[in-house]
Design a protein around this ligand. Structure first.
Ligand code: NAI
Ligand SMILES: O=C(O)C(=O)[C@H](O)COP(=O)(O)O
Length: 388
C-alpha cells in the first residue's frame, strides 16, 4: 500500500535488498521503493542483479565478487559498527555510496558488559567497587562501558594509543603494562589486521602469560583480537575468568574453549532492540541525505514498541545486589550463556542463535520509580543507564 502510494506520488522506485535482521527496515524503506528481504550470509545472484541499495549486517561480505553481481548498486549500508566485512576501496572505485552505524549499539554493549560482570560477581560473591578496570579502546562502546563500571564504584582507566597520540583526552589513560595488571580487562577495539595499531591477536601467548588467574578478561569486540588457540592453552593450564561474546573464526568457534569460559554468548552484545533500531534509523538518514529524499522520515517512536509502562519500584538501598537484580531481570544473560553452550558449538547453531535472538531492551526502556534518592545516587543510576 505504502509502496503504491510512493509510486503514485512520483517518488523514485528504488530496489532495496535488506538483511532480514535489520528491524523496521521494511517499514521504513518501503515508502521509497521495493524492499526485498534476504536471509543467510550472502544474498542470491538474482536479487543482487536488481539491487540499488543493499543493507547488510556484519555476516555479509561486500567484496569484489558480490559487487560484480550487483551492476545497478548505488549505495551500501551496514547496520553495524565494525566495517571489516566491506571492501571500501572497491566501493569507492565504483562510485558506490556507503554508510555504517557508528555508536548505534554502544549502550547495548555497555549494558552487556555491566550485566555480565554483575552476574559473575553475584555468582562468585565478589565486591566490584574499588577494583581496577582497563578499557582497551576508548571509542563509543569503550566509553559506554567505562561510564557504567565507574558508576559501580570501579576505578576505570583507558588504553587507546591512536586517540592519545591525537591529543584527545579520555578520563584517564593507562599504559599497556597497567592494562595487563588490571582486575578486569574489557576489549573495545576494531579488528585491524595490520599497521601501527594492529589489533589482531593483541592478546596472544606472551600477553596472556602475564595475566593472573584472578583477573577477568572480557571480549565484546571481535574474536580475533585474542588469539583463541593461545587462550585455550592458557585456560587449560591456569584459567582466567573469561567473558566472551566474540570468537575467532565465527561462526565456527574453537569448541573446547567454550567449556573454559565463565560466560559465553554468540556475538550479541550489541543486540538490544534499541541499538538495532538506532542503526536502521542511521542508515535511513544516510540514504535520505545521499539520495536527497524529500519525504518526511518515518515516525520511529510509533514503530518501536514502548516499554516505559513496565516500571520498577526502588525501595531498597542501592547496593550491588540490587543493581544486579535489576540488570539481570532486564537482560537474563545466563539464558544466553545456556543457549550458547547447547547450540553455539557448530556454525549452524551459532548463526541460528543470532538470527532467532529474542527482543532485548536497554534499561532506559523501563522507568525506575524511586521515593528517596540522593543527588549522587540519582546520578549513578543515570550513568548506569536507568531511566528515572
Ligand atoms: N560484540 C558486539 O556485538 C559488538 C562489537 N563491536 C566491535 O567493537 C569495536 C569497537 O566499537 P566502537 O567502540 O563503537 O568503535 P569506535 O570506533 O567508536 O572506537 C574504537 C576505539 O578503538 C581505538 N583503537 C584502535 N586501535 C587500537 C589499538 N591498537 N589499541 C587501543 N585502542 C585502539 C580507536 O582509537 C577508537 O577510539 C567495533 O569495531 C566492532 O568490531 C561493536 C559493536 C557491537
Ligand atoms: O556493530 C557491530 O560491529 C557488531 O558487532 C554487531 O552488533 C553485530 O551484528 P551483526 O551484524 O553481526 O548481526
Amino acid at each position: 500500500m505504502q509502496f503504491r502510494q510512493a509510486v503514485q506520488n512520483g517518488a523514485g522506485v528504488m530496489n532495496f535488498l535488506v538483511d532480514e535482521n535489520i528491524p523496521l527496515a521494511h517499514e521504513a524503506f518501503n515508502v521509497q521503493g521495493r524492499v526485498t528481504v534476504f536471509s543467510g550470509r550472502q544474498p542470491s545472484i538474482q536479487d543482487l542483479a536488481e539491487t540499488e541499495v543493499l543493507l547488510v549486517r556484519s555476516v555479509t561480505q561486500v567484496n569484489q565478487q558480490l559487487l560484480q553481481q550487483a551492476s545497478k548498486l548505488k549505495f551500501v549500508g551496514t547496520a553495524t559498527i565494525g566495517t571489516e566485512h566491506v571492501d571500501m576501496e572497491a566501493l569507492q572505485q565504483r562510485g558506490i555510496g556507503f554508510a555504517s552505524a557508528p555508536g548505534a549499539n554502544a549502550d547495548s554493549v555497555g549494558e552487556y558488559v555491566l550485566t555480565a560482570l554483575l552476574a559473575l560477581a553475584e555468582q562468585q560473591s565478589w565486591q566490584l567497587a574499588g577494583r581496577r578496570v582497563a578499557i582497551v579502546g576508548a571509542g563509543n562502546t569503550g566509553i559506554a562501558t567505562g561510564k557504567r563500571l565507574s558508576a559501580l564504584g570501579m576505578q576505570v582507566g583507558y588504553y587507546d594509543p591512536p586517540l592519545q597520540e591525537q591529543g584527545k583526552q579520555a578520563a584517564s589513560y593507562m599504559t599497556w603494562a597497567e592494562v595487563l595488571q588490571a582486575d578486569v580487562i574489557s576489549l573495545h577495539v576494531p579488528l585491524q589486521n595490520n599497521g601501527r595499531y594492529k589489533t589482531r591477536h593483541l592478546l596472544a601467548h606472551k600477553e596472556l602469560a602475564q595475566l593472573g588467574s584472578s583477573q577477568v578478561l572480557i571480549n565484546a569486540s571481535r574474536g580475533a583480537v585474542i588469539n583463541n588457540q593461545a587462550l585455550l592453552q592458557r585456560q587449560q593450564e591456569k584459567p582466567l575468568w573469561l567473558i566472551l561474546d566474540v570468537w575467532e573464526g565465527e561462526p565456527q568457534i574453537l569448541q573446547p574453549l567454550l567449556e573454559k569460559v565463565a560466560i559465553a554468548t554468540p556475538h550479541i552484545a550489541g543486540y538490544s532492540l534499541n541499538g538495532k533500531v538506532r542503526a536502521t534509523q542511521m542508515l535511513y538518514q544516510a540514504c535520505s541525505r545521499y539520495f536527497a529524499w524529500q519525504q518526511a522520515a518515518p515516525d520511529w517512536q510509533k514503530l518501536m514498541p514502548d516499554l516505559r509502562a513496565e516500571s520498577w519500584h526502588c525501595d531498597s538501598t542501592l547496593n550491588q545486589q540490587q543493581l544486579a537484580h535489576w540488570a539481570l531481570e532486564n537482560y537474563p544473560i545466563w539464558r544466553d550463556d545456556r543457549k550458547m553452550r547447547e547450540r553455539g558449538v557448530d556454525a549452524q547453531g551459532f548463526d541460528a542463535l543470532r538470527k532467532e535472538y529474542p527482543p532485548r531492551y536497554e534499561l532506559m526502556s523501563r522507568h525506575l520509580e524511586c521515593d528517596r534518592l540522593s543527588d549522587d545516587e540519582r546520578e549513578r543510576l543515570q550513568q548506569l543507564g536507568f531511566n528515572l
